[in-house]
Design a protein around this ligand. Structure first.
Ligand code: MTE
Length: 316
């Protein structure tokens, strides 16, 4: 249970305002609350679900222009995490039971120093940064999320990839006792994803351990998930336990499940429709209007060169 304790330095309102005045204000507020109760209650509920703050996080020097991050509530209550059910609200309901300590990530394959690293060493070993990135899903919705993490490149460097490593393959934990959705064969478990090496070492590609300055909630992929902001959300694999450096393009969950619908690259591209719906527009969670989807999710300047000369309709 989470009990909120008023920090020692926080003054009560009664300590700074004349009592008659603040009582009158309270009466006014309790009437106004009739109108404003919904957001206030939502805020209280959202605070109750918040995880612990992460210390020593360097803020993003340049959030995307004009972007307002989605709230904690929005980011942690509307998720895709099929290991906990196929409904958007299932992960928030059921992922709580996943124990994320101890947790180790194995790094193996084409590298000089294969081995494993524990989550505590990851948290201690890499300076954490806040990066405000858009997340765009194939289903047409998007969010703006202040992720806390560090470049994937930093972790890979530790294990010294060899020149034979052309791709990086990732795997989520496979443990139906801890991830009950894996009892159903809706996907070929464990969830798998992959990147080409140049995509994996691109500075925008991060491993996230938190969001909104707090420890990553289970439903968002605790304790460690990938974030590749110019690709559709399904590339951002959650709760990673294995990273393999490989020569050949690795199989990935969605491109295996429905190859004509989901490609290996999955770059956000308004010009390439999904067979069952257009990708031209998106709806930010919390907004009613639709907005045009940007090529590479708005990160074209930083990443378009990775695909120079490639037919992006074929390599979708
Ligand atoms: N990772 C695993 N292991 N299992 C999943 O079902 N869903 C993907 C991706 N990573 C998924 C996953 C999809 S489809 C999306 S859109 C994003 O996670 C959603 O991330 P979010 O819930 O933090 O917004």
């Amino acid at each position: 249970m989470l009990i909120r304790v008023r920090p020692g330095w926080a003054l009560r309102e009664s300590e700074v305002t004349d009592e008659g005045l603040w009582r009158a204000r309270r009466r006014f507020l309790s009437v106004a609350a009739g109108l404003a109760a919904a957001p206030a209650l939502a805020r209280a509920a959202s605070e109750a679900t918040m995880t612990a703050p992460l210390p020593d996080v360097r803020p993003d020097p340049a959030p995307p222009p004009g972007e307002r991050p989605n709230t904690w509530e929005q980011i942690t209550r509307y998720n895709n995490f099929y290991e906990f059910g196929t409904g958007k609200r299932d992960p928030a309901r059921y992922a709580g039971r996943l124990r994320t300590r101890p947790w180790t990530v194995v790094v193996e394959g084409e590298c000089e120093r294969p081995g494993e690293i524990g989550i505590e060493d990851i948290l201690r070993g890499f300076p954490l940064e806040e990066r405000i990135y858009r997340l765009r899903c194939v289903e047409g919705w998007s969010m703006v999320i202040p992720w806390v993490g560090f470049p994937l490149r930093r972790l890979l460097e530790r294990f010294r990839p060899t020149s034979a490593a052309r791709y990086v393959a990732f795997e989520t934990l496979h443990d139906p006792e801890r991830m009950p959705g894996q009892h159903r064969r809706i996907l070929d478990w464990p969830y798998r994803e992959g990147l080409r090496m140049d995509e994996a070492v691109h500075p925008l590609t991060i491993l996230a351990v938190g969001l909104h300055g707090r420890v990553l909630p289970n439903q968002n992929g605790a304790p460690l998930r990938l974030v590749v902001p110019w690709k559709y959300g399904f590339k951002s694999i959650k709760s990673i336990v294995r990273i393999r450096l490989v020569r050949e393009r690795p199989p990935t969950t969605w491109s295996q499940a429905a190859p004509h619908e989901y490609g290996f690259y999955a770059n956000v591209n308004p010009d390439v429709p999904h067979p069952r719906w257009s990708q031209r527009y998106e709806r930010r969670i919390g907004e009613l209007r639709r907005r045009p989807t940007l090529p590479f999710n708005g990160y074209a300047e930083a990443v378009a060169h990775l695909y120079a000369g490639m037919d992006l309709r074929r390599f979708f």
